[in-house]
Design a binder for this molecule. Structure first.
Ligand code: ASP
Ligand code: MG
Length: 464
């Protein structure tokens, strides 16, 4: 049994949906369960529509609903050839659009858009998309059944990013989906949405369909969870910036989490959690190139001899340094730095402290630098006056480069090789950090030099 998740782009138009049918057909003997997103762009449209409804822009709401209806009806007309099936689907989708219209009308009347209403409105995208996928599959001779995940995924009432109640959810998934799979029927399950115990619609957060895929795959004990997307898999580096970047055949869960944290478009770490707990491998596959094996993400990462797997970078960051000879040996300085930053909701991407304790630097998003520096100056006002802290310095326009690989653990010389490759490329390193997991080495460079540095590291470790 396989769980296959198709994202918005993969179900985004007539041609792509045709490809979904071929893919499901190709793997039919492995008993696929399909989890799908809304058609690309639809969730954004629904959310926009909800805002317009709140502002009583009634005409614009109507226009948007018409556009959405047209978008879905075009697909149905093109891909569902059986007249009875087509008519039935057009009818049930018409009813859904009526429901959506009423909901938006309610929001307009009240001029109030709660997170709860927002989730209810956002849920329509996946419902429409999965209904049509099931119909298209049936039309192509594949027995399929639409399954509304609100009857499977039980969540709390944290609308917008609800937390899953796994005990209840796993039980429902097994109860509803297992019999379908056993009867050779392909369930087509809506990603992204769930419901509370009281039956209120919730969503799992943006891009939540991957999470649904992982939840379903884990509950059913799938052989693997396949995330279908538009790239061949996880690469050694961003191919737009690095010559010779290639697809990695295998990485570990930990490596995937680390890479995604550092900006690689892999998979959100939270998404992997159910799969990890049940030791189910996740495979990233390309709908544009289905025969390519993609990247397997699993517990082990040992199949390649690569010590370093991947080098990624994040741009548009600033480095804030808190310096002072009086800071040495004074407890609580770091705690105060982080508390101050948390107070103004600044996310710290990287921390580095020299063992002299003379200097602590934090790397944060560029857009947050001004407020971070202001808050830190206030926090350390007295310390600055007393010369315990000399200054809070800001260096903008920097990037973090992360070198990731489980094989680095316990292998000497990786850091050295990284740094010398950058030095040879003539790039200056501003700051360095290594987590004690030894899974990654992060360094900060000026943004203008980031591509040169990434290429140098990629070449040095012969990642290609
Ligand atoms: N349709 C939802 C979104 O756009 C969920 C998903 O695509 O994964 O966020
Ligand atoms: Mg999406």
């Amino acid at each position: 049994m396989l769980t296959m998740k198709f994202g918005g782009t993969s179900v985004g138009d007539i041609e792509r949906l045709g490809e979904v049918v071929s893919i499901v057909k190709l793997y039919l003997s492995r008993k696929p369960v399909v989890v799908a997103s809304a058609m690309g762009g639809v969730t954004d449209m629904l959310l926009g529509m909800a805002q317009l409804a709140e502002q009583r822009q009634t005409q614009q709401v109507t226009r948007k609903i018409d556009t959405l209806r047209e978008k879905h009806f075009q697909v149905i007309t093109a891909l569902v050839r059986s007249e009875d099936r087509r008519k039935a689907l057009l009818l049930s989708q018409s009813q859904i659009f009526d429901e959506l219209t009423s909901l938006c009308h309610g929001v307009s009347l009240l001029r109030e858009l709660s997170v709860r209403s927002l989730d209810a409105i956002a849920s329509f995208g996946e419902i429409l998309s999965c209904m049509q996928i099931a119909a298209i599959l049936n039309d192509s001779g594949i027995s399929a059944q639409f399954v509304d995940a609100r009857s499977l995924v039980r969540t709390d009432a944290h609308f917008g990013a609800a937390a899953v109640d796994f005990a209840a959810t796993n039980k429902s998934i097994r109860k509803v989906l297992k019999p379908l799979v056993d009867a050779n029927i392909v369930p087509v399950v809506t990603g992204f949405i769930g419901s509370t115990r009281d039956g209120l619609t919730t969503t799992l957060g943006r891009s939540g369909s991957d999470y649904t895929g992982s939840i379903v795959g884990a509950a059913l004990g799938s052989e693997e969870i396949w995330i279908w997307t538009d790239v061949d898999g996880v690469m050694t580096a961003d191919p737009r910036h690095v010559k010779g970047a290639i697809v990695l055949p295998e990485i570990s869960y930990r490596e995937a989490a680390e890479m995604s944290y550092f900006g690689a478009k892999v998979i959100h770490p939270k998404t992997m959690m159910p799969a990890i707990e049940n030791n189910i491998p996740i495979r990233i596959k390309n709908t544009f190139n289905p025969s390519s094996p993609g990247t397997l993400i699993s517990r082990t990462a040992n199949s390649t001899e690569r010590v370093v797997k991947n080098v990624t970078s994040i741009d548009n960051l600033g480095l804030v340094a808190i310096e002072g000879s009086g800071m040495v040996g004074v407890p609580g300085i770091s705690a105060r730095i982080f508390t101050a930053l948390a107070r103004v909701h600044v996310n710290v991407m990287m921390i580095s402290q020299a063992s002299s304790e003379h200097n602590v630097c934090v790397v944060i998003p560029q857009k947050d630098c001004a407020k971070a520096v202001k808050e830190l100056r206030t926090e350390f006002e007295i310390d600055i006056a007393r010369k315990i802290v000399d200054d809070i310095k800001l260096q903008g326009g920097v990037s973090i480069i992360a070198v990731v690989g489980e094989g680095m653990r316990g292998v000497p010389g990786i850091a050295g090789k990284t740094f010398s490759s950058i030095a040879e490329a003539g790039v200056n390193i501003v700051a360095i950090a290594q987590g004690s997991s030894e899974l990654n080495i992060s360094l900060v460079v000026n943004q203008e030099q980031v591509h040169k540095a990434v290429q140098a590291i990629h070449d040095a470790f012969r990642l290609a």
